[in-house]
Design a protein around this ligand. Structure first.
Ligand code: KG4
Ligand code: ZN
Length: 341
């Protein structure tokens, strides 16, 4: 490996069902790999115990492959970072145990990273980078947040979901349409060939900058039940239009609140992050908002939208640059506080 300009950080991400490892080298990513878990498909959702076991199986060979791809030897690592939470406790423990052992064994700093902040900071992996302050709509399988990013270590949550996360809304509505888990990417594909104006599902109407998606889910449930009772096979014959209409309702709820946040704060730079930010309807919704208002728009490459370890290593490098690191007794937390990591 040629000498880098900044610290070389190994990132480990095991918060849910993808085992991921990446090497951040000063100002760029050298390798970013993940192993996804097929084991959950038969169950219609992630089975925590199976996820932990698969992380155990995948992690060591994945780290070896990542270091090899990066052209980095173990003794060239300056720090090791892992996802501290939020996530599945057993899964988080696998990554944390590995990172702690490596930190102790090689006497390098250890950094436990907040997964949701890392999703936001994924915007600093590949240029063009946002300028501060900016607003980030972070939409994943477990969270939906509007975050005001003042600097890399000063992130303030302005709005949150009151019930389901946006990704959960995609997955649950998809299930009602007979789609397998995770339905989000399938709805995206189907919606590309459908008419989103054909069926109307009410978008959420929460106060302030908060979200709710249970209303859309309930509306889809009763609509599907009634249509199937009156006309069996309705859903499969109208799948593309139904998927597009569900997507439109979820996207409209998200974009309306982001627009409100921009108006309230006066911030004119908007970003998307998290697994649902891979959604083409949402990306184009943001682009249209930014064109209409003259705002600057930031979307991520697909590989940095869904769970990845590059964002963990990147977020850790920001903390390391401020002289911050964690002790070996740092704990993983399924519901990690926003102020931590
Ligand atoms: O951020 P992420 O990879 O994992 C969590 O931290 O939760 O997000 C996963 C979520 C799932 O709910 C999945 O259905 C959704 O992101 N998702 C999508 C798309 N790709 C992933 N939802 C809609 N459209 C997509 N293209
Ligand atoms: Zn995530």
């Amino acid at each position: 490996m040629s000498r880098s300009t900044g610290p070389v950080v190994l990132g480990i991400e095991t918060s849910c069902d993808d085992t991921a490892a990446a090497v951040w080298d000063g100002d760029k990513i050298r390798a970013n790999l993940s192993a996804s878990q097929a084991v959950h498909a038969d169950y219609g959702g992630v089975v925590p115990e199976l996820a932990s076991r698969d992380h155990e199986r995948h992690l060591v060979p994945l780290v070896q492959a990542t270091l090899k791809k990066a052209g980095v030897e173990l003794d060239q690592l300056d720090a090791v970072a892992f996802t501290r939470g939020p996530g599945l406790l057993g899964s988080l423990l696998v990554g944390a145990s590995f990172a702690k052992a490596l930190s102790w064994g090689r006497s390098i700093p250890l950094l436990g990273v907040n997964h949701m902040k890392a999703h936001v900071l994924a915007h600093f992996i590949e240029p063009p980078f946002p300028t501060f302050p900016f607003l980030c709509l972070t939409v994943s399988g477990g969270h939906t947040q509007i975050v005001r990013v003042n600097d890399p270590l000063d992130l303030v949550v302005l709005g949150n979901t009151r019930d389901d996360a946006a990704g959960e809304a995609f997955d649950k509505c998809g299930k009602l349409l007979g789609l397998p888990y995770p339905a989000g990417p399938l709805i995206d594909q189907l919606a590309a060939g459908g008419n989103g104006k054909r069926f109307s599902f009410p978008p959420s109407n929460m106060p302030d900058l908060d979200f709710s998606f249970s209303g859309i889910k309930t509306a889809v449930r009763y609509f599907v039940r009634d249509q199937e009772a009156a006309d069996p096979g309705f859903v499969s014959r109208n799948l593309a239009d139904l998927a597009a209409s569900v997507q439109d309702a979820i996207v409209q709820s998200l974009i309306t609140k982001l627009e409100k946040a921009a108006e309230q704060t006066g911030i004119r730079e908007l970003a998307l992050a998290g697994g649902v930010s891979a959604n083409r309807g949402l990306r184009s919704g943001l682009e249209q908002l930014c064109i209409r208002k003259g705002y600057t728009c930031h979307v991520l490459e697909m590989a940095y939208c869904t769970d990845n370890a590059a964002m963990i290593a990147r977020a850790a490098a920001f903390r390391l640059a401020q002289g911050k690191a964690d002790d070996l007794d740092v704990s993983v937390e399924a519901r990690l506080n926003w102020s931590e990591g």
